[in-house]
Ligand binder design. Sequence first.
Ligand code: 2HA
Ligand code: ZN
Length: 268
Amino acid sequence: MTFIEKFQEICLAGYDQNWHERNGGNLTYRLTEADIASVKSTFNPRDWVEMGVKNTCLAGEYFMTTASGAHMRNMVTDLEHSAGIVEINNEGDKYRIVWGLKDGVKPTSEFPSHYLNHCVRAEETDGFSRVIYHAHPGNVVALSAYLPCDAKEFTYALWQVMTECVVIFPEGVGVLPWMMPGGSEIAVATSELMHDFKSVVWYQHGIFCAGNTLDDAFGEMHTIEKAAEIYIKQVQLCGGKNFTNTISSKHLQEIADEFGVEIRKEFL
Ligand code: 2HA
Ligand code: ZN
């Protein structure tokens, strides 16, 4: 499977999960040298465009991105109006389209957020992190109406309901209060949290997840959304947060030790 086919597959998988109503959500993937070599002969660079944010960490790199207004459902049937590849300039403050994004279509409105988050995650992972995925999973959004906007509370709610959560996101989940989407303010706020977390919940909106691979970012989001669903069912069953059984802090630490991951101890 080529990187483009894998990108399409993830978009459709997210759509099938009901995370992408209408044009909701967006996905970006940083190309490897091999990916670039496989498509470079088809590149047709256009004009440079300001991003409104600046970071030289990934200057000169190429990203596959969903289009502004694109419906994830159309990612296979109408790829070149639904996505494209952009190149970042040497100053890390502009992009230009080199492939796809046909007929005046632009990269996702969240591209500034994606770019800054890619820069932070690349720094935090020695360059291994290549994916930023944003979607509107219903249970995560619903939970943001119920839980205070506090990373420790949000994280613990998820860790305690399903054994594998602490293995998959031992660093926890970051949270941001409601903010206007699409701008540089939310981009900077998210990227500051991405130093500590692979995933950041935007209250009353959705979630941003980072990953080394497309499967990794998708799997992170899937796990968080499933844990949020279980938490909500438990609240409904138990009539509040007083669950009859839950995973204790002691057991969470034991799971982390068993699986060799470093749990964020201050969240226990
Ligand atoms: O519609 O999800 O946050 C795309 C978005 C913006
Ligand atoms: Zn959104």
